[in-house]
Design a protein around this ligand. Structure first.
Ligand code: COA
Ligand code: MG
Length: 293
């Protein structure tokens, strides 16, 4: 079975919500998030696990989420809920199943096997949140064609590493970069971890900007108040778009003269720069189409 890589949807803002919270599940239908993670794992207390599964399956079935991608995070197969979570979610038409604490490529292939004849549209996403997972990122990212995205679990990573929580996230950079490289090497979406202080817009903006600079597609979020900042930071700016258009124009003019490289504002423009510029333009168009739709 072959799976098409989904390049046509932005993932600037990916909002978690507890699957046990019907108010959040309902509110999400009107929020400007590009994707939602309906959580059955750590945001749900053990006594609520079964009810959360029912609520989430019912919410996905009922729909009403428009353009938002619906990703359901299930419990690990090592828990009493994991297997039944997967079976229920695979059958309900979610866009993706998010596996927690992925340590090895076998975790992905095991989930893919259990998904059997689940609709092709239901993809697998992986939480990258353990030291082993980060070290195995390349093998994990290439494990199965149903895998579509990686999500960094920075709170778990910090706990496992025993590292300090610093605004510059220096202790996490190696893990962030390893996962990002693996995602890019295998054509996957890659989403940065959450920013815990959900009333601190300035801190969130700084961390979004760092994530974007590193190459992430977007940020996972815990509160609706964080959506606008992520949507803004992870979209191309007007200046970036203008520059991208100028790069394409300069290169096309050079080509028309029979030259292979152009010069724009004192900088060389080669084919690879044009590819990046075209990607920026395409990304802006995808976001605009989404806003219109
Ligand atoms: N998704 C959707 N809606 C959410 C939401 C979320 N993550 N977080 C809050 N809301 C809603 C609330 O239900 C409330 O809606 P209402 O006005 O219709 O009642 C509104 O947004 C304002 O919420 P607020 O009172 O500011 O927040 P809170 O104190 O109720 O909740 C948290 C704060 C952190 C507990 C809550 O945001 C949350 O549960 N976040 C997700 C946590 C999670 O999923 N973690 C797992 C991965 S890290
Ligand atoms: Mg976690």
């Amino acid at each position: 079975m072959r799976f098409m890589q989904n390049q046509s949807h932005p993932y600037r803002s990916v909002l978690y919500m507890p699957g046990s919270n019907p108010r959040a599940l309902d509110k999400a239908k009107s929020l400007a998030a590009d994707a939602l993670i309906l959580d059955l794992e750590d945001a749900v207390a053990p006594s609520e696990k079964l009810r959360a599964r029912e609520l989430v399956v019912e919410a996905v079935r009922a729909g009403g989420y428009g353009r938002r991608k619906l990703i359901v995070r299930i419990n690990a197969f090592s828990t009493e809920w994991g297997e039944a979570d997967l079976a229920a979610v695979a059958a309900c038409g979610a866009d993706a199943i998010l596996l927690p604490k992925v340590d090895a490529p076998g975790d992905i292939t095991a989930a893919a096997e259990r998904m059997g004849n689940a609709p092709e549209k239901t993809r697998i996403w992986a939480m990258m949140e353990t030291p082993l997972g980060a070290l195995e990122a390349n093998a994990i990212a290439g494990a199965h064609p149903r895998l579509e995205g990686l999500v960094l679990g920075t709170n778990d990573l910090m706990k496992e590493l025993g590292c300090a929580a610093r605004p510059d996230r220096m202790p996490l950079l190696a893990a962030l970069s390893l996962c990002l490289m693996a995602a890019r090497a295998h054509g996957l979406v890659c989403i940065d971890g959450v920013y815990n202080a959900f009333r601190d817009d300035e801190g969130l903006r700084a961390e979004c900007e760092q994530g974007r600079a590193l190459g992430f597609d977007g940020k996972t979020l815990i509160h609706p108040a964080q959506i606008a900042v992520a949507n803004e930071v992870f979209a191309p700016t007007e200046a970036e778009l203008e520059h991208a258009r100028a790069v394409v124009a300069a290169f096309e003019e050079a080509q028309a003269r029979g030259e292979g490289v152009a010069v724009l504002d004192g900088r060389i423009v080669e084919n690879l720069h044009v590819e990046t510029a075209r990607r920026t333009i395409a990304r802006a168009e995808t976001i605009a189409a989404l806003a219109d739709g």
